[in-house]
Design a protein. Sequence first.
Length: 237
Amino acid sequence: MYEELKNIIKKSNNIVFFGGAGVSTESNIPDFRSATGLYAHSPEYLLSRTYFDSNTEEFYKFYKENLIFKDAEPNDAHYALAKLEELGKLKAVITQNIDGLHQKAGSKKVYELHGSVIRNYCMKCNEYHDLDYIISFKETVPRCRKCGGLVKPDVTLYEEMLDMDVFGGAIDCISKADVLIVGGTSLVVYPAASLVEYYKGSKLVLINKGATSYDNKASLVIDARIGEVLKEVTREL
């Protein structure tokens, strides 16, 4: 299977990668859903716009404990994808993750479907605040350095619309790709998972620990850790 993927990559200069939480877990960033059972509400509710607006301090407590991992470093998957882009083979990374590790590894064209913890904006004056500002703010709820307004992470919460410019760009890349590699996602989170439907090519590759609903539509399915697979198949490129 690894050899088959290696040959697919060698023959294509129009690859798109679409990844999920499984890419980041190899950098010791747990899927936030693993917090289930530790809180009175579901993680999805704790990360909803309703909860942000009505229980801002509790939202930020959960958010800081479960979604911010400032010391996390890119793993083999991130570096392999950056290498493929540098070689001119990979045209874009589309990610459901919000940790910024693809860019930290060197990837340039990254569509962040759910935003990023790295960016934060004042809801009153739109002043930008970096992650260090959020972490070091003396109170739980960060306030704008400029006007004192509430600062919100540039992360798409439940009940919020995705950034349609980002989503549209992802659709465009996938629809033009020769090869679509999907990794580290079980393809159950919508509307992100629906992106696979826009792929028109014949080389859909799924790399994931566990089955997905698209396994029967893929030309190649590899049940393994995404970092291990990508490191091996890009080793000699």
